[in-house]
Design a protein around this ligand. Sequence first.
Ligand code: PGA
Length: 250
Amino acid sequence: MRKAVIAGNWKMHKTNGEARLLARAIKAGSAGVSHCEVVMAPPFTALAAVAEELKGTPLILAAQNVHWEAKGAFTGEISIPMLKDVGCGMVVIGHSERRQYFGETDASVNRRVRAVLESSLKPIICIGETLAERESGNHHSVVAQQLAGGLDSLTRRDLLRIILAYEPVWAIGTGRTASPETAQEMHGMIREWLSGRFGEEAQTVRILYGGSVKPDNIDALMLQPDIDGALVGGACLEAESFLRIIHYRL
Ligand code: PGA
């Protein structure tokens, strides 16, 4: 009942020319795919170029961040109307790299999420613990705190529009993916938390796993009952590996 989502987070990679080539190859290789939603999140500068390539396809364009104000004196920021104008359907919010390097907090994540929910865009909200937090046994409480802060004042109806991405920081870009069992344990905990806070709408929320998702581990991850897709970094930068992930086998 939850349609899977395979999303590629391009991070700070690809010029416009490179972005077009990659988008074109993914479009070609995913034609006819209906078992999952395919999402691409190129850098801001490549959104327009990728939007052109994706026109007329079911592929979804996403941005990697967004500001909560619609316009104003916010040098360097990008607004929701701008993302809609360029053709985005989704936006990644609170990625751990934004939390780690750019001062993103649960409170600022929440401001972005609430603004996005007032638009037609869907937020992909990232959460996940660091290695130190896991090793000290605090991973559940850290993730619960990120959920409480990031989803503060959301309604049960809002829940129908959000996508979550559980991305343990220790697995991002390290090649050290969480085992399917470890990931499932966290996804189960997240869904339980949602269920306690919002009720049965929790069953509709897609919870993606992120952190060193590769062609050789996607199948086992997707077999887990509470893993509803993947947010892919490194392996989405080449068409061949991202396409293999899109075409995961159960
Ligand atoms: P990775 O990145 O697949 O390169 O680990 C995932 C992410 O940061 O979304």
